[in-house]
Structures are given as structure tokens and as C-alpha cells.
Design a binder for this molecule. Structure first.
Ligand SMILES: [Zn+2]
Length: 174
């Protein structure tokens, strides 16, 4: 399957790595992953597998919490939602998720179920095909709560890698 992702996502992760572990850390990552000579343009699309390699590197070398942090970081650094998040509530934000998703990722599907305002459901189909992607999404959704000043909790209730038809993240709003 051909999965492609906008360069802006990759650049967000690379920026995070440099901010957290310096120029040396970034150089080490690029070397380990084999992308030393690659340049990613924000508006162009690249194989998602390359991003997967970077995220696996982070998981392996820096641990799970770093991945979540990276997910939180890109919420602030991408065109995706960033600027309007601060002025909106979690429900409105969730409503915009699918459109924003499809502008950045050229594979998989994102749907939301907002029928219960106390229990918002984010469905990602063919997105979490490796563990690290799911951890990133946990971070993204958690940060959505923080940025919209919403009290609540995120649970990754279903996972496609564990046999579910899709990944599901439930946001319980308190
Ligand atoms: Zn999952």
C-alpha cells in the first residue's frame, strides 16, 4: 500500500528532535534512519514509512514518553489546526479533525462521532499500522484537550494492530 504524508509532518518531528536533543541528536537520528541527504518540503508528500522509521528511532532511543511529547509538539507546529485551536472548544476542534487529517495524510481515514458531547470518539482507519503512530495520536489528542482548556481523559480503546477494524480514541469530557 502506498502511504504518503505531507513533508510538514516530517519537518515537525525533525524540529522536535533538534529542539529536544540538539543538532547532534538530529544528525544521529538522520544517520541511523538513513535520511542524511534528504530534504523534506512542507507542501510535498513523502512515503509515510520514512516517518515511521523516525518515530521508531525515537521510541527505541528515547522512550515512549518522548513519542507522546512529539505528538503534542506537532499540534503546535503544524498548519493542522494550530492557530484556531486556542479559540475553540474540543467539540468544534474534533469536528474539523477529518478535513485536516486528509490535508496532511494521503492514506487512511479519520472520522469522528460527536453524538455524545461527554464522550467524543475519534476513529482512525488504516492509520495506526505501526505502534508508534498510535502513541503519537494519543499525544495529539491529549494536547487538543490542553489547548482547548478542556478537562478530560483520552483512552485508546480499540487498536487495529490488535485486530479491531480501526483505531479508536475516546475523549471523556468531565
Ligand atoms: Zn491503534
Amino acid at each position: 500500500m502506498d502511504r504518503r504524508t505531507r513533508g510538514s509532518v516530517m519537518n515537525g518531528y525533525l524540529k522536535f528532535i533538534q529542539k529536544k536533543w540538539g543538532v547532534e541528536g538530529l544528525a544521529q537520528c538522520k544517520k541511523d534512519v538513513g535520511i542524511e541527504d534528504m530534504e523534506f518540503r512542507d507542501g510535498q508528500y513523502y512515503q509515510d514509512a520514512i516517518i515511521g522509521n523516525v518515530l521508531r528511532w525515537m521510541h527505541r532511543e528515547k522512550g515512549r514518553e518522548s513519542l507522546k511529547e512529539a505528538g503534542k509538539f506537532i499540534m503546535h507546529n503544524l498548519g493542522i489546526l494550530s492557530w484556531l485551536v486556542r479559540f475553540t472548544d474540543i467539540e468544534t476542534l474534533a469536528k474539523k479533525f477529518p478535513k485536516n487529517y486528509s490535508e496532511v495524510y494521503a492514506f487512511g481515514k479519520c472520522k469522528v462521532d460527536l453524538s455524545n458531547p461527554k464522550r467524543l470518539i475519534l476513529v482512525l482507519e488504516d492509520v495506526g499500522y505501526y505502534e508508534e503512530a498510535c502513541i503519537i495520536w494519543e499525544g495529539v489528542v491529549e494536547e487538543s484537550l490542553v489547548m482547548t482548556k478542556t478537562k478530560g481523559r483520552v483512552t485508546h480503546t480499540k487498536c487495529q494492530r490488535q485486530g479491531a477494524p480501526h483505531c479508536e480514541f475516546v475523549i471523556d469530557v468531565y
